[in-house]
Ligand binder design. Structure first.
Ligand code: URA
Length: 245
């Protein structure tokens, strides 16, 4: 059993505060009767809740894909900076989505948000080895020795060991980097350890998901199919070649 106002706010109908006023107007019905008291207890599995005659669905799992612009911090709140939450429509904020992992303030690209804690854990944990592919513009040009060093597993300047990663030089000052973990400033620090300071960084792919033309600053909800593919296995693309064992 749970309170009607909690059920309605978890379902994304309105915030707890807004609900008080909404309920007073008599637009919410439970099992055919108007209810104005948010404290009423209901069983979401059995009781039918209607808002203006339309059924209100029980809270559901939401996974969002945001094309994060530079200048926003990956955090739910921040005293100084704008956060990625400012880019998320209120109806999703009411469903308690939070960022999965982190992109640096100046890094652009694919960032997932969800209200499914288990899924978030699976995506972040290095144990599951979900591949994240980045595009970088940087000082210098990556060469064969750099590629080999990434493949062997780099040691960063502070002694941190990284798992093997793929560096793909694209041309002078441009590379693609694929990693399966998410240490602090990892890609920037990996490139810096090879003398290639990163000037621009964008995450283009995570597992089977890519930005796929989603405009910078925009957000879209993943389909059930996409979520299923993310939740089963490691969610990596069929082209997964980083680890075979
Ligand atoms: N590596 C970085 O250095 N920054 C990011 O935002 C993500 C990966």
């Amino acid at each position: 059993m749970e309170r009607l106002d909690k059920f309605l706010s978890d379902a994304g109908v309105a915030s707890r505060r807004e609900l008080k006023a909404l309920l007073k107007t008599g637009v919410v019905q439970v099992n055919g009767r108007p209810v104005t008291d948010g404290a009423m207890k209901l069983d979401p599995a059995h009781d039918a809740v209607l808002l203006r005659g339309e059924p209100v669905e029980a809270p559901r799992r939401v996974v969002l894909l945001l094309h994060k612009p530079a200048g926003f911090v990956t955090s739910t709140e921040d005293p100084r900076d704008r956060t990625v939450m400012e880019l998320i429509p209120p109806r999703y904020l009411r469903q308690s989505v939070v960022p999965v992992g982190r992109l640096d303030k100046e890094t652009e690209g694919l960032l997932l948000l969800t209200n499914d804690g288990e899924l978030a854990h699976r995506l972040i944990s290095p144990k599951h080895g979900v591949e994240k592919r980045y595009y970088a513009r940087h000082a210098g040009t990556a060469g064969e020795e750099d590629v080999a060093a990434f493949a062997a597993g780099l040691t960063l300047r502070d002694g941190t060991r990284c798992r093997p990663a793929v560096l793909r030089p694209l041309g002078p000052g441009e590379s693609e980097i694929t990693v399966t973990e998410g240490k602090y400033h990892q890609v920037r620090r990996m490139m810096a350890s090879r003398g290639m300071t990163v000037a621009y960084l964008r995450r283009e792919q995570e597992g089977a998901l890519s930005l796929d033309g989603l405009p910078c600053g925009s957000v879209r909800e993943l389909t059930e199919d996409e979520i299923d593919r993310l939740s089963s296995g490691n969610g990596s693309s069929p082209a997964n070649t980083l680890y075979s064992g």
